[in-house]
Design a protein around this ligand. Structure first.
Ligand code: NAD
Length: 364
């Protein structure tokens, strides 16, 4: 039986993961699928309990689990703490300990929300981009890093280093994901001016030639051109593969296409386990009001079924149900227009669950 660790965290994290648990409970009770889940304290909630954002007990539970579903961490209460004691440090430690080297961020434009983006709806039509970002190497981790005075001038340096194994393993991840989608990978680099990016292009090409050539189309784009093309022709992209820095930038650009932070799920995957979480934070401004949009969290749960458990049908059922609920005009306040009646977080969770029950027989 698959084991899931649920870490609601802080602020709206508790409210949005509660909606995911309704779906898990339903699947456990009413279908042939069985998932065992445990809950743990994480982030600020864990600091309040034991002084650390990630306790040894919760880390052990994460190591024993097949996947982790996270809400969000952080908030003003813990902002003044030292860097190593802050809620966000728990997140970085968890990612490192679970060895999640690839960050997956889908940017799907739901037709019912195409007016929420800053791009014209006719340009966005059919857009469904999936960014695979290298997460544990590159310029954010390059050594030696420094900021110092040399010859009376302030100088700082962050080396951009990749070895071929780091590039190959994330390239495999992107190609494998594309096999479950439209079988096209666009790899971003700056091979025209950087040796490390030429290595990136060479290794991605080699992995493609050796393992995926017959099934997947590979395109290479320079990052500057890609930034332009994503805005100009978003619907022509399928999977985008990028280094840590370029992936960080392009995934926010892709996020803007979809219109709202409350709609964006993410996954961090590695050799075995995955961490699934909405892209948004703990939203202290709306926490406790039961008005947060739970869709990003529920889509993250859908990603867990697909990428950790190979249960594509449940994942498709969740995606379909969210589309239907949006098509029927259901909105939380963040995606509502002026005169729309809005649902609470709980109500949105309930209508999605009802749609899952209704559509279930078509999927599982
Ligand atoms: P945020 O994502 O929490 O909120 C930004 C804005 O978007 C707010 O106005 C918020 O109300 C709104 N928003 C976010 N999610 C929403 C949802 N599901 N439904 C409706 N509206 C939503 O970002 P922030 O305000 O910069 O950060 C708040 C705290 O969250 C900070 O402590 C930050 O460090 C932390 N944070 C955590 C994560 C994480 O856990 N992965 C990510 C980002 C920020």
């Amino acid at each position: 039986m698959s084991k899931i660790l649920i870490l609601p965290g802080d602020g709206i994290g508790e409210e949005v993961t509660k909606q995911c648990l309704k779906i898990l409970d339903y699947l456990n009770a009413e279908t042939n699928y069985n998932f065992e889940y445990k809950k743990g304290l994480f982030g600020g909630a864990s600091i309040d309990d034991c002084g650390k954002p990630l306790s040894n007990e919760v880390l052990d539970l994460a190591m024993e689990s097949d996947a982790v579903l996270l809400g969000a961490v952080g908030g003003p209460k813990w902002e003044a703490l030292d860097h190593d004691l802050k809620p966000e440090k728990g997140l970085l430690t968890l990612r490192k300990e679970l060895g999640t080297f690839a960050n997956l961020r889908p940017g799907k434009v739901f037709p019912a929300l195409s007016n929420a983006s800053s791009l014209k709806s006719e340009v966005l039509k059919g857009t469904d981009i999936f960014v695979v970002r290298e997460l544990t190497g590159g310029i954010y981790f390059g050594e030696p890093r420094y900021s110092k005075i040399i010859d009376k001038k302030r100088v700082a340096s962050n080396p951009l280093i990749y070895n071929e194994d780091e590039i190959a393993r994330v390239a495999h991840e992107a190609f494998k994901i594309s096999l479950k989608r439209n079988k096209k990978v666009t790899s971003l680099d700056k091979a025209n001016v950087l040796e490390v990016m030429q290595l990136w292009r060479d290794v991605v090409t080699e992995v493609h030639e050796k393992y995926y050539k017959d099934e997947v189309e590979l395109e290479h784009l320079y990052i500057d051109n890609a930034a332009m093309q994503v805005i100009k022709r978003p619907s022509t992209f399928d999977v985008i593969l990028a280094s840590n820095l370029f992936g960080d930038i392009i995934s926010d650009e892709v996020a803007e296409l979809t219109g709202s932070l409350g709609m964006l799920p993410s996954a961090s995957t590695g050799n075995k386990k995955g961490i699934y979480e909405p892209v948004h934070g703990s939203a202290p401004d709306i926490a406790g009001k039961n008005i947060a949009n739970p869709i990003a969290a529920i889509l993250s749960l859908g990603m867990m079924f697909k990428y950790s458990f190979n249960e594509d049908k449940i994942s498709d059922l969740i995606d379909h149900s969210i589309s239907e609920v949006l098509n029927a005009g259901n909105r939380t306040q963040d995606i509502a227009k002026e005169n729309d009646v809005t649902l609470s977080c709980d109500e949105m969770g309930d209508v999605i669950l009802e749609e899952i029950k209704k559509s279930e027989s078509n999927f599982i």
